[in-house]
Design a protein around this ligand. Sequence first.
Ligand code: AHG
Ligand code: MN
Ligand code: MN
Length: 355
Amino acid sequence: MHNGRTTLSKFLIQQLKGSPELSDLAALLIDIAAAVKAISAMTAKGELGDVLGSLETQNVQGEIQKKLDVMSNTAFVNTFALGGLVAGLASEEMDDPIVIEAQDEPGRFLAIFDPLDGSSNIDINVSVGSIFSVLRAPKGRVPEVKDYLLSGREQVAAGYAIYGPSTMLVLTVGKGTHGFTLDREVGNFILTHRDMQIPEDTSEFAINASNERFWEPPVQRYVAECKNGRTDVRGRDFNMRWIASMVADIHRILLRGGVFMYPKDTKDLSKSGRLRLMYEANPMSFVVEQAGGIGSTGRQRILDIQPEEIHQRVPVIIGSRNEVDRIERYHQEYENGSDEQYKSPLFQERSLFAS
Ligand code: AHG
Ligand code: MN
Ligand code: MN
């Protein structure tokens, strides 16, 4: 029955050949798949596995940790620590990166990950995910924090797992974005979505609309125009979805187009965005760009950002290219004042959103 199906291992061996670094990268991605299978099994147990609910601890972001945040983090840390392929790792759930002692040869890579994304969904049995990014480790010395602070263009691989009705692993090594579905009984990831391509245009957007009053005018303008649908400048009706799990929202967008936004807002002025550059924005932008989409802050391509801090947050606008381009243009027009004449009825009352 499995004859002719391409397993993740076979795919990676074929895609990553020709140098010791590439075969180590294939081995590392197979290790990541092993951690993902362990997390998939844990999340699937739900209430039966004593895995739901919160702990009393907070992570470095000041968020209360869920049991599964910590269990998923441990699954990744153990996999990387035993695998011997990384020299260090950094997690959304850990204050500082960890150095992995070399057993013989030091690992060639650094792993960065959000072990459980969308964890507010775990207790209500809605899709969650894991996100990972792989960078090159410095040669001949122990990695320091500054070694992680590379722009997203330097990623050698990135991807995510989605724990939904089926578990999928979606990844890129810079040669397209490919999706694998877990055959649970057999324990293999099978290539089911080769060379995923995001439609350039879309009629679907994803944003937490409860924050609308905190957004900047260009985002308010874009969303108002979408909501006004065929009665306004867009000339067609739009649909909205918000799962509150970036992985699940981006996965939908990879499959059928759309734009995901967690933009800059004024809700908490100490934060420059909700989502984290290293653990969420960079890996998801790499995956989306390799599928023909684009990731932006509204003012800058995400992959071009020079990170300053490992837990840094950024505005995220990501998905179908023409929509992200439009939202970037709205930011430019807002900044140079040429948006004054736009005609959305919501914005006839300019004073409402005057800066
Ligand atoms: P995490 O669970 O890793 O902290 O990430 C949650 C993120 C992201 O997945 C999601 O899009 C967003 O937070 C949801 O935010 P709201 O609760 O504001 O909707
Ligand atoms: Mn997350
Ligand atoms: Mn998380």
